[in-house]
Write a protein that binds this ligand. Structure first.
Ligand SMILES: [Zn+2]
Length: 588
């Protein structure tokens, strides 16, 4: 992950407009000096979501969500912090900071290659769409109609047809060396013994979009008797299969609004649900569902339904998905698993039983993840006393993958009750099994004092109720920058006030300290300071305070007391820093 300097982040923010980013999802109307609209984060009938153009911040008076451009891209659109920065930088025409000239040149070349590739992929999608509606596409069109997909789905999702035989791509885009090389780079041509050939032939084409909505690849369903029923574009630097969810950019807004998300196995299932006014489905693209995709799914919806065929392959796929989600599970997530009757998929079921019955099935038959896990364990373990032991052993192994200690405890108790066997659950096993951990450079944020003090302040503004967890001596905390110190004193003065509201504080601070207005906006905008990082910052502030107190003249007893306290604090800090490292590794 590149290290963005504060000045670079300021530059990006100054050239971006939070209104434009929000307005893609929310209809905004002028109201006083702000713009108001219906909040995209919670369901409401009258607008309580406000966006300020001069402060470049948004805030919902209904649910309390607030932030700036980076935050909106992260919270709403599912970007990671670096992705949000890169996206806005690219939009603003700013080159990302690079270590040296060679890197800079390389990244410029990559950006221009990406741009060209995306244009070519979009053109290819247009061409395939035209083919679908021509005589060549008759069979594919008939297939779509037989599957009951209405015209608006065909055009909204830009379905297309890649004609039979070879030479279509060259014919359309030219057969000079440059065109051929470009077509190969985006995966539309492959190079064989006899020269270039069309990768997709005689296939119904599903354009696959990334989070930004750009077409980055294709999935093709055979309309003939090819061995591979589905074929996907090869992995390229813009089509990362393990990152992509088919349907994500199209359905993101509806999923948030309806708080419903269904994970299905095929592109046709995604579209079938959309055709029945359930535009809430996503599917993996060319891989089984991985950890990054599951993380994305939880960001979008806390109670997704994972839908699988009711056959052996379906059970196996469900188990794989369950194993992958273990490290990500938190008590507030409520994933469910739904097995369909043998031989059916969402597409075929919707055709047969219609939307209402399908929705009933979703609400009545989907099982919570814990139940699915227990059932899967006992199925794996088999019967008898040995079976119980096998079940306990397997459960123990899997519990180690969970990162949430409360959930882990709760699940452990369930297995112990069910098997009557006490689990071992030794945490060091993780280390023996996992990759050998190499010493990593300590994160910069914890070695540079002023960055630490900044993240302390940012952490307070982002989550104002953190004021309540500050230790009593916090009023003596001293930040190394005079300006920050004044801001901290002001923020601290709000401790115990009626309703904590970081966004209102930020605006107040911007009024009182105009010289720090940009900085305050950046703190509200920047990557969220994790709870554990905030605890680390408190410890560091306490340590600095102690050291100041020790430097003052004291009697012997007081000096000894302070020295003992300092040793304890240092040990606590070392422990916490190790934990932060571990969490970071887990997040990567
Ligand atoms: Zn809201």
């Amino acid at each position: 992950m590149p290290n963005f300097s504060p000045s670079f982040l300021d530059e990006v923010l100054s050239r971006s407009d939070v209104i434009e980013i929000v307005a893609r999802h929310v209809e905004l109307k002028q109201s006083g000096s702000n713009l108001m609209g219906l909040c995209p984060f919670h369901h409401e009938k009258s607008p309580s979501f406000s966006v300020s153009a001069d402060k470049q911040l948004y805030y919902c008076f209904g649910c309390g969500k607030g932030g700036g451009a980076f935050q909106f891209l992260m919270d709403h659109d599912g970007y990671s912090f670096p992705e949000a920065v890169e996206y806005l930088a690219e939009k603003a025409g700013l080159a990302l900071p690079q270590e040296n000239d060679a890197d800079r040149l390389k990244s410029q070349q990559e950006a221009s290659q990406r741009k060209k590739a995306l244009i070519l992929l979009a053109q290819a999608a247009d061409t395939f769409a035209t083919q679908l509606h021509s005589a060549a596409g008759t069979k594919a069109k008939a297939y779509i109609q037989q599957r009951g997909l209405p015209e608006h789905i065909i055009s909204d999702y830009k379905l297309g047809f890649a004609p039979d035989g070879y030479g279509f791509m060259q014919h359309t885009f030219g057969s000079d060396d440059r065109s051929l090389a470009q077509l190969e780079a985006v995966g539309l041509l492959f190079k064989g013994d006899k020269g270039y050939g069309d990768r997709f032939r005689g296939r119904l084409m599903f354009p696959i979009r990334d989070k930004r909505g750009d077409i980055v690849g294709f999935g093709g369903r055979s309309m003939g008797d090819d061995k591979a029923k589905y074929l996907n574009s090869p992995e390229t630097s813009w089509y990362h299969k393990s990152d992509i969810l088919y349907g994500f950019s199209e359905h993101r807004d509806t999923i948030r609004k309806r708080k419903m998300l269904m994970v299905v196995e095929g592109y046709m299932d995604v579209l079938a649900l959309a055709a029945f006014d359930l535009p809430i489905a996503v599917a993996a693209s060319g891989t089984s569902m991985g950890e990054r995709q599951i993380r994305e799914i939880f960001r979008l919806c806390e109670s997704p339904i994972f839908c699988f065929d009711g056959d052996r392959a379906g059970y196996q796929a469900a188990w794989r998905a369950l194993e992958r989600m273990l490290p990500l599970l938190k008590p507030e997530f409520r994933p469910q698993f739904l097995y369909l009757p043998d031989g059916e998929d969402p597409d075929s079921l919707l055709q047969k039983e219609g939307r209402e019955a399908f929705e009933r099935r979703m609400s009545e038959q989907a099982k919570p993840v814990l139940e699915t896990w227990l059932l899967g364990l006992s199925r794996l373990a088999g019967s008898g006393t040995d079976g119980l032991a096998r079940m306990a052993k397997k459960a123990d192994e899997m519990l180690l993958k969970m990162s949430d200690p409360y959930l882990q405890q709760a699940w452990k108790q369930k297995v112990e009750t069910q098997t009557g066997i006490q689990l071992q659950n030794k945490r060091q096993n993780i280390r023996q099994k996992g990759p050998i951990s190499l010493p990593r450079p300590r994160a910069k944020i914890h070695s540079v004092k002023h960055v630490l003090h900044e993240s302390f302040l940012a952490g307070l503004l982002q989550k104002p109720d953190r004021l309540d967890i500050l230790p009593p001596e916090a009023k003596l905390f001293f930040l190394d920058n005079e300006g920050h110190n004044r801001i901290y004193t002001r923020v601290f003065s709000w401790q115990g006030s009626e309703a904590y509201n970081g966004m209102a504080w930020a605006q107040q601070l911007q009024r009182e300290f105009p010289e720090a207005a940009d900085q305050v906006a950046r703190w509200m905008n920047q990557e969220p300071v994790l709870d554990i990082e905030f605890s680390g910052a408190i410890l560091d502030m306490r340590k600095a305070l102690l050291q100041r107190q020790m430097a003052a003249p004291n009697d012997l007893a007081e000096r000894q007391r302070l020295a003992k306290l300092e040793t304890e604090l240092k040990q606590e800090l070392i422990k916490l820093n190790a934990e932060i490292e571990e969490q970071r590794r887990g997040n990567e």
